[in-house]
Design a protein around this ligand. Structure first.
Ligand code: SF4
Ligand code: SF4
Length: 464
C-alpha cells in the first residue's frame, strides 16, 4: 500500500471508509532527535527509579493513599495538608500555559509520558524487530508466514511486558515498591481491587502501545485541544517557511527551496504535512525539522526551511515576545508557586486534632465534671521523635489524663489516636472555659497547639 498523502480535510490515520490507516514513521536523525532522546531516557530513568530511591527512610515520591500521607523527597504531608496541592497545581498548570504560549507544545514533544514511551521504547522495539518503515509496511502486507507470526509475536510480548512494568511502576508510587513486591507473590484474592487495576492498566497501555498510538494525541488528549486557545501567532512553533520553500519542485528547476521530497511527512509520527501550516495534530516533536535539515544539507542549502519560529515571522511580520496572555500566565504561575512555597514553609512538623468524644458533652460524677476528647497526633518530621502532650486551662484543679500520661514516640508519617480526659472539681467550675492542648518536642519547644472548650452545667455569672 502506498503511503497516504495528508490533507487538511481529514485525519491521515483514518481511511475514507473509517478504518484505521496504520502509520509507520520513517527513521530520522539530527540535533533535535538526539536531544529529545537524551531527555526521554532521563525521564524514563527517573520514572522507574524514583519509587526505589529512598530519602529520609521513605521512597522519594510515595503517595500513600492507604496511610493518608504523601512523601516528597524527604518531606511528609498528611491528608489534611492536601490543600497545599491547590497552589502547586495552580502554579504548575499556569506554568505549563506560560511555556505553551511561549514555545508551543514542548510538553507534548519532549516530556509527555505517551510520547516518551512511544518514541523512546515502543517504536525502538518495533524498529529492532521489524526494520525500517518500508520493511514494516511490507511486513504488514505479507501473508501470515511462520516468520511473520514469530516476529509479531515477540514484538507483542515485549510490548505487553513493557506495559506491565509501567503499570506496576505507576502503582508502586501509591503502595510503595516493597509492598507491591510482597503483594505480587501472594494470591490476587488478597488484593482484588489493586490486582484488577494493574491488569486493566497493563491491558490499556498494551493496546495503546500496539495499536492506538498517535490516536491518543489526535482524538483523546484534552491538552491537544487546549493548544488552539494557548498558542497564538507569536508563539514559537514548529513551522514551514512557505515564503522560502514555495513554489516547491525538483532541484534544478526555478523553484523555492522545498524539493517536495516528502521526508518531513514520512517522519511525522502523527502523519501530517507541516507544509499545510500549524495543525492540531502536531505534537512539536521536531522530527520534520531534522528530516528537512538533512535534505537541505545534502543540497547545500541553508538549514531551517522547517524550523522553530512564530507564525508572525513566517508570514514576514514582526514577532512580539511579550503579550498580555504571557504576562497573565506568568503572573498566575508565580503566584501559585510562591503561595505553595510559603505554605509549605509554614507546615508544622506535627499534626494535632482534638475532637470531643461522641455522647454527652460532659459527665458529672462524684463531685467532678469530666470532658472526654480524642487526640490525633502525627509526626511529619524526617526521623523518630518523642512528643509530650500538655494541657493548660485557667481553672483551679484541672487534671488531665490519657494521652498526657507519658511521652509518645512516633516514627515519621506515623499517627496515633489516644483519649484525653479532663476533670475539674464541680465547685471550681464557674462556666465553660478554654483549654489549650499543646504538643512539646524533646527540646521542650511547643510545636503545635489547639484550643478546645471545656463544657459543664450553666452557672450564674459564668460563661454558658
Ligand atoms: S523535507 Fe523539506 S524539502 Fe522535503 S518536502 Fe519537506 S519541507 Fe520540502
Ligand atoms: S509536523 Fe513535525 S513537529 Fe509536528 S508532529 Fe509532525 S514531525 Fe513532529
Amino acid at each position: 500500500m502506498k503511503p497516504k498523502v495528508p490533507t487538511l480535510d481529514s485525519v491521515t490515520t483514518i481511511n475514507e471508509d473509517g478504518s484505521r490507516y496504520f502509520l509507520h514513521p520513517a527513521d530520522v536523525r539530527g540535533f533535535w532527535t538526539r536531544w529529545r532522546r537524551v531527555v526521554g531516557y532521563g525521564l524514563l530513568i527517573l520514572f522507574f527509579a524514583l519509587p526505589h530511591v529512598r530519602v529520609g527512610g521513605e521512597p522519594a515520591i510515595f503517595l500513600d493513599l492507604g496511610g493518608r500521607k504523601f512523601h516528597f523527597f524527604g518531606m511528609t504531608l498528611m491528608f489534611q495538608d492536601l490543600w497545599l496541592l491547590f497552589f502547586l497545581i495552580t502554579g504548575v498548570g499556569f506554568g505549563l500555559f506560560f511555556v505553551t504560549a511561549i514555545v508551543g507544545r514542548v510538553w507534548c514533544g519532549w516530556t509527555c509520558p505517551q510520547t516518551v514511551f512511544l518514541d523512546h521504547v515502543v517504536r525502538r522495539i518495533e524498529r529492532l524487530l521489524e526494520g525500517d518503515a518500508p520493511s514494516r509496511r511490507r511486513l504488514d502486507e505479507m501473508p501470515w508466514t511462520v516468520g511473520k507470526i514469530v516476529r509479531r509475536g515477540v514484538k507483542h510480548v515485549l510490548f505487553f511486558v513493557f506495559a506491565w512494568v509501567v503499570a506496576h511502576t505507576f502503582v508502586s508510587y501509591f503502595v510503595s515498591a516493597p509492598v507491591l513486591w510482597g503483594m505480587m507473590w501472594r494470591s490476587p484474592a488478597e488484593n482484588w481491587g489493586l490486582f484488577l487495576f494493574v491488569v486493566g492498566m497493563s491491558v490499556a497501555l498494551y493496546v495503546d502501545f500496539a495499536w492506538f498510538r498517535e490516536q491518543f494525541c489526535i482524538v483523546l488528549c484534552p491538552y491537544g485541544r487546549f493548544q488552539s486557545a494557548l498558542v497564538d501567532e507569536n508563539t514559537i512553533v514548529v513551522g514551514y517557511d512557505e515564503r522560502r520553500g514555495e513554489p516547491r519542485g525538483k532541484p534544478g528547476s526555478v523553484t523555492g527551496d522545498c524539493i517536495d521530497c516528502r521526508r518531513c511527512v514520512q517522519v511525522c509520527p502523527t502523519g501530517i504535512d507541516i507544509r499545510h501550516g500549524l495543525q492540531m495534530e502536531c505534537i512539536g516533536c521536531e522530527a520534520c525539522i531534522d528530516a528537512c535539515d538533512e535534505v537541505m544539507e545534502r543540497l547545500g542549502r541553508p538549514k531551517g526551511l522547517i524550523r522553530h519560529d512564530s507564525l508572525s515571522r513566517f508570514a514576514g511580520r514582526e514577532w512580539k515576545f511579550f503579550r498580555p496572555r504571557v504576562y497573565l500566565y506568568l503572573f498566575f504561575a508565580v503566584v501559585g508557586m510562591v503561595a505553595f512555597v510559603v505554605a509549605i514553609g509554614n507546615v508544622k512538623p506535627v499534626t494535632l486534632f482534638v475532637t470531643r468524644m461522641q455522647g454527652a458533652p460532659y459527665i458529672r460524677d462524684g463531685g467532678m465534671i469530666r470532658n472526654q476528647f480524642l487526640v490525633r497526633l502525627g509526626n511529619k518530621k524526617g526521623e523518630m521523635e518523642k512528643y509530650w502532650v500538655r494541657v493548660k486551662g485557667e481553672v483551679e484543679g484541672l487534671v488531665a489524663s490519657g494521652v498526657t500520661s507519658g511521652g509518645i514516640e512516633l516514627r515519621r508519617g506515623e499517627e496515633i489516636v489516644e483519649p484525653l480526659v479532663l476533670i475539674v472539681p464541680d465547685e471550681a467550675f464557674r462556666g465553660n472555659f478554654a483549654v489549650e492542648v499543646e504538643v512539646v518536642d524533646g527540646d521542650g519547644k511547643v510545636v503545635q497547639k489547639r484550643e478546645v472548650p471545656f463544657l459543664g452545667p450553666y452557672r450564674s455569672g459564668g460563661k454558658k
